[in-house]
Design a protein around this ligand. Structure first.
Ligand code: RIB
Ligand code: CA
Length: 313
């Protein structure tokens, strides 16, 4: 079977970086047409730099990296250096990338690939704020019909928020963009904190990655050791959640995950609950289901998959 064509929209960040590596390590199943960077965990200049650093670490030079939106549709950018460090990839000392940035902008690249490939064959995988995706849909509404689907990391329901009591970071940063994506009619699969908070980087799981012993594994172990500090201080428990790789793992082995098709709306008005994903998990409204909302992951199997794939790079 031909590999599934994907575009990864991302704000690296250590967990984004691991998601990129997981995808790049799986060429039999996934063809990464493009990586599109967006402002989020750190400003755009750093997310574009970090995406290229990850490609170079994986010794992949054929996947173009495009720069996207440097701020949300209508709000001030909120970043997360307190989680990811000032570079966005703290925890591993890697050289500055030499890979060039693609001349085409990220929004143009998304539209270009979705229009060029046969309808229904390109899946968009947003791992950060949805600004690039919403902008592409605004500029080219026709791509909503042509997209094979959107599989994104964002939102929360039973897990509640991680940046406010109500909202998860990716949705919080650009709630207007999220509202437009969730209303687009595109086939939507959502990996919220409800799932990703079950994918915890426990010490044995971190050690299994470090034991691979390659430069890629050493960088990943350093990133995760740095990145999970914040969540460990905040939540306690056995380890930090590994959010974004859940998106790629869902493409590779969807049977590791479970959820239900429900209606999810985005709060954009209230300052108190801005960015909340109002998920009708119990079907108490007559609002049309618009997303497959994932609530569970088999964490042991997820980390086995991740570790096996990282060892290939
Ligand atoms: O809330 C977690 C999400 O916000 C992840 O995608 C992380 O990389 C940050 O972007
Ligand atoms: Ca991210």
């Amino acid at each position: 079977m031909a590999p599934r064509k994907i575009i990864i929209d991302t704000d690296p960040g250590q967990d984004d970086a691991v998601a990129l590596l997981l995808a790049l390590a799986s060429p039999d199943e996934l063809e990464v047409l493009a990586i599109t960077a967006v402002a989020g965990n750190v400003p755009l200049a750093l997310t574009t730099r970090n995406a290229r650093t990850v490609c170079e670490l994986a010794r992949i030079s054929h996947v173009p990296v495009h720069a996207g939106c440097d701020a949300p549709l209508s709000r001030r950018l909120v970043t997360a250096e307190h989680v990811h460090g000032k570079t966005g990839l703290d925890g591993a000392d890697l050289p500055a990338p030499t890979l060039p940035l693609a001349s085409m902008g990220a929004v143009e690249a998304i539209v270009h690939h979705v229009r060029r490939e046969p309808p229904g064959t390109v899946t968009l995988c947003p791992l950060g704020p949805l600004t690039n995706v919403a902008t592409a849909l605004r500029h080219a509404p026709d791509i909503a019909e042509r997209l094979g689907g959107i599989v994104l990391m964002g939102g929360a329901y039973f897990e509640v928020g991680n940046v406010t009591p109500a909202a998860e970071f990716n949705i919080y940063v650009d709630p207007e963009a999220a509202a437009e994506v969730f209303a687009s009619g595109v086939d939507l699969t959502v990996l919220p904190l409800d799932a990703t908070h079950k994918a915890l980087i426990t010490p044995p799981r971190l050690q299994a990655i470090a034991d691979i012993g390659t430069p890629v594994a050493r960088a990943v172990a350093g990133w995760l050791d740095f990145y999970e500090r914040f969540d460990l201080e905040k939540y306690g428990g056995q380890g930090g959640p590994l959010h974004d790789p859940c998106v790629i793992a869902h493409l590779l082995e969807p049977e590791l995950f479970s959820g239900r098709r429900i209606n999810v709306e985005i709060e954009t008005v209230s300052d108190l609950t801005r960015g909340m994903t109002v998920a009708d998990w119990w079907g108490v409204t007559d609002r049309c289901p618009n997303a497959h909302f994932v609530g569970h992951v088999d964490a042991d199997a997820f980390f086995r998959l991740l570790t096996e794939r990282l060892a290939r790079l």
